[in-house]
Design a binder for this molecule. Sequence first.
Ligand code: FMN
Ligand code: SF4
Length: 368
Amino acid sequence: MNVFSEGRIGNLILKNRWIHSATHEGNANPDGSCGPDIIELNRKIAAGGVAANIVSFAFVHDTGHSLHGQIGIHNDGMIPGLAKMAEAIKKENCRAIIQIGHAGCHANESLSHAQSIGPSPMVNVKGGVTRQMTKTEIEDSIQWFADAARRAKEAGFEGIQLHMAHGYLLCSFLSPHYNHREDEYGGSIEGRIKLPLEVIQAVRREVGPDFPLLAKLNCEDGLDSGMTYDIMGHNVEILQRAGLDAIEISGGCSADGAKWPSSRGFNPQTPEEEGYFKKAAPYFRAKCSLPLILVGGNRTLEAGETMIADGTCDFLSISRPLIREPGLINRWAAGDTSRAKCISCNLCRDQLFAQKETSLFCPFAALD
Ligand SMILES: Cc1cc2nc3c(=O)[nH]c(=O)nc-3n(C[C@H](O)[C@H](O)[C@H](O)COP(=O)(O)O)c2cc1C
Ligand code: SF4
């Protein structure tokens, strides 16, 4: 097994072990639909050698809209644009997967036109107050995900990734930091995982037993009393039984900038420093036999080869290095094995999130 050998997620064959991790592009139309620019950006990533392109976080409902230029999958009007995107990705011999999610307490109220919602009331990172969801709203949210999954499948995507990481809605239900509910959707590990489980079950009913279903999960939140490797291990065992096909392990929450390596711009210098969350892998492996995708700080072919060869993970996913060099994997495959040029500085992300730019790009790419 090596980084350029075939791999499998459910019934989906992947031509190698490199995956593009979901990365907000900023240039969807204001209503969330996909036009030529965002399709071209995703086609380029697909043409660059990754086996699968996980297209960025598409919001399943207006109340879960967090960023300008974010993709929407919240109504059927989104399907034609998404279909063009899925087709463009698949034409490049790359698997088309889309991440679907709800921003929860991180929703941008100027875009969602509603007070943000979450498992428990809290002062959110924007200084506003997030409202506790009622049981009816929780039941409604399960249907939002199921409907979005149907749209992704209808559009021709070959897999769906549920966003359960980074402090967004499903992550916040899983996290003891955010979830202080005393009803059946909180109070214990079993309570906190109930909504994510019900979402998986509803999505499965919608897309059928064979459609590849992935989740991106936090192994640590970087917040007081947040997710731990042990709780994550317990959760992945339950999530596997519910019918997932693969799990991508990530970490950190949008609330907590400085504490997680990618947010603080940590640029790994040695193979040992690569794979920000690889210490969580044994906790995952002890409880779960699903393919493990590891994201965060993967920068050299050498470190990637080691992590695949020694079984740390089954796939490596990358985000920022492909913003600077969409063709990175082709470059490595062709024999130029120097490290990714991305220096993890986050300028691309900060400019986009502060709305100083309206499309994702690396200002240093012109120098390469
Ligand atoms: C500009 C930008 C946008 C991102 N958007 C998403 C997203 O839509 N969904 C997601 O799960 N993670 C998102 N992330 C996080 C990345 O997928 C990835 O987990 C993180 O950048 C660490 O990987 P890297 O070191 O390869 O960049 C984003 C990161 C950046 C820099
Ligand atoms: S601005 Fe360029 S070098 Fe800096 S993190 Fe983004 S892609 Fe990497």
